[in-house]
Write a new protein. Sequence first.
Length: 328
Amino acid sequence: TWIIVICVGVFILDTFLPTRLVEMAFHGEDGITRMPATAHVDDSEFHEATTPEGRPFIGYEVRDPDTGERLGLQEVQPMRFIESFLHFSTYRGFLKVEFWRLIGFQFLHSHYMMMHLVFNMLALFFFGPLVERHLGGKRFLAFYLLCGIFGALLYVALNLGGYFAGPSLNLPGLLDNDLTTPLIGASAGVFGVLMAGAFLAPNATVLLFFFLPMRMATLAYGLVAISILFLMMDSPNAGGHAGHLGGALAGFYFIRNPHHLHGFFDFLGRADPTSHHYRKGRGKGGSGRSPSDREIDRILDKINQHGVHSLSEREKRLLQQASREDRA
């Protein structure tokens, strides 16, 4: 629920905030596309131009600081305010080590295509609760964010592969867009949720477009097959489909190995009562802890391994009692 609220809230807020010009690729006079320029710029006016592939763009001139010779055009792209700081690209998120973008891009959606937000949020609304009940709230959040992160990492791998292979090879599956091309959307996390749903309830009936019944597993693997096809065909949204596949691969793995999720938030320490750091700090050390402390640790370990739904009524009562005592 909170993921949906944040995504919708960011979308609405960014609608009313001013746009910013963000530097994208640098198009040299020699016809070579490079990273954003660092030489002296003359941004007194913008020029319209097209890339060698025929894509139109606007940019300002970049000149040699010593000779004044024109070196090329620095492309700029108008971008929503929040999107400009949180979107992911191989250049900004990976090469410039702005790692917060691995999380931030998952809460952004295109303002030019409203259905981008609608479809992602509907998928989370209908299929997210099944996975969350199985994993528990904390592990579900870790699962969702990791699927998004792996979507971005596969995008980076294919983008770098296409960049170094060059347009002459034109290998299927590699992304030939420049390294500043932005990636946004919750689709990678959603594809991870779909793969988890296909594992937990493969025979559950879902209504595609609210009227076409099919098995949960058929829907999930069918969407993955479509993304593979569009990626291999180098469709206009090939980068987005690369993100879908990275999220799907992560979802396939982590739903079968949920014990790898429980350490995702351990950096919070005592702020997170289920972290390893918190459990190590309980009592006066391992030998000084009471039997009740050890029992609570056992219950927390059980939650980490199997989710909240695995607890017996007695274990739930013990955990509630311990929680009340901690607050007191």
